[in-house]
Ligand binder design. Structure first.
Ligand code: SF4
Length: 377
């Protein structure tokens, strides 16, 4: 089954231990490259954030990651952003925000599925400029797609910062982001491409049948975006590792695709579902039992959005480990951080849901990696 999966950290056959060695050394290389080209801009951006009291400052590496995210999204989506007219942009953005509402989500997704491929896949091939206008168009497209909520939030800060800069300075920031992303795409293919070799095959094959699906944009995301999320997850894990280990409460959120039985007996609580151990062979049961020994609580969640319902509580002493498939890692980490949690993440070794496969398969993570995140290894 793994040989057909859109990605596999197990290198389509082994376990994922090699992946974790590779991602660690590749992230070192990426960080050095980002520092060399981006540190000057990060200094200015951080001063802007602190002078205007916009947020508690994060580490340089996290802002460098944001610069790389801008570059990757710029390289992939700018041509589409330039081609998108204001009316469909407005309608799609409204539909995307309606998805936040549980009652409206189904209707919003129905209409999105009819519109996404028509309006968001056209490209305009005119030579793009590294300007604030193009940057705004990119953010408009990302908003209309409904798939980049956290990315839009983070990079909109950069756009606001650019509004205080001269045209030449803006051009220099955006060009740097674009160049870094171009370098990253080439290098990440060499090191991480062995884990994502099915992405292009998927896009050339079954993806053609996704045109009227609400996950058209999500499932169409490029190979470099998988690699970006892998490196981004590693950067964020490093940034919050120490504070996570000091956190008083540790929670592990597991996706429902890890459970064994379709007749799962897990009990709903306000944080997520708690396993009742109806099967000895269920991965959720396995990690729930591990949690009892290692002092963390385990919740199964049907969807990432359901983790963060209670936005008003003080989460500053709570460390959370989110488990997700690759494409949700950076946004999940940013969201958790925004909510005041101390975030860590572990990647699903492969994905198993109907976004990609005709039939669900049970997923798993690397237990050694989980224990490492917990500071037990
Ligand atoms: S063992 Fe737990 S999570 Fe797995 S199917 Fe049973 S109740 Fe659900």
């Amino acid at each position: 089954m793994l040989e057909n999966n859109i990605y596999s950290l197990c290198g389509y056959g082994n376990n994922s231990n090699n992946y974790y060695n590779n991602i660690s050394s590749f992230t070192d290389i990426v960080t050095q490259r980002l520092q060399k080209s981006g540190s000057f801009y990060i200094k200015g951006f951080k001063s802007y954030l602190s002078d205007n009291n916009l947020e508690s400052l994060r580490s340089d590496e996290e802002y460098l990651l944001e610069l790389l995210v801008i570059g990757v999204l710029w390289n992939i989506y700018l041509k589409r952003a330039i081609a998108l007219n204001n009316t469909p942009k407005f309608i799609l953005s409204r539909l995307a925000s309606s998805r936040e509402n549980e009652t409206l989500k189904k209707f919003a997704d129905y209409f999105r599925s009819k519109l996404l491929s028509t309006f968001l896949s056209k490209e305009n091939n005119i030579k793009s400029k590294f300007s604030i206008e193009e940057f705004s168009k990119l953010i408009g497209w990302l908003t209309a797609s409904g798939e980049f909520k956290q990315e839009v939030k983070r990079i909109s800060r950069w756009k606001d910062y650019c509004l205080h800069k001269t045209n030449n300075e803006v051009s220099s920031i955006l060009k740097t982001a674009h160049n870094l992303a171009t370098w990253f795409e080439l290098q990440s293919d060499k090191i991480l491409g062995c884990y994502t070799k099915n992405v292009e095959q998927f896009h050339k094959g079954v993806y053609k049948n996704y045109k009227l699906r609400e996950d058209y944009i999500f499932c169409g995301r490029k190979r470099v975006e998988y690699h970006l999320n892998m490196v981004g997850a590693e950067i964020m894990n490093r940034a919050y590792r120490d504070s996570f280990q000091l956190s008083e409460v540790k929670l592990l959120f597991l996706p429902a695709c890890m459970k064994k039985s379709k007749n799962c007996k897990a009990k709903k609580t306000n944080k997520g579902y708690v396993c009742l151990h109806c099967s000895n062979h269920c991965n959720i049961s396995k990690y729930t039992q591990l949690g009892k020994k290692q002092h963390f609580q385990v919740y199964m969640i049907p969807h990432e959005s359901s983790i963060f319902k209670d936005s008003n509580s003080d989460n500053s002493s709570i460390g959370i480990i989110g488990v997700a498939c690759v494409l949700n890692l950076i946004s999940g980490g940013w969201k958790a951080k925004d909510m005041g949690f101390i975030p860590q993440c572990v990647l699903l070794d492969y994905c198993g849901c109907k976004h990609w496969l005709a039939n669900d398969i049970e997923t798993d993570i690397n237990m050694d990696r989980l224990l490492y995140i917990l500071g037990k290894k």
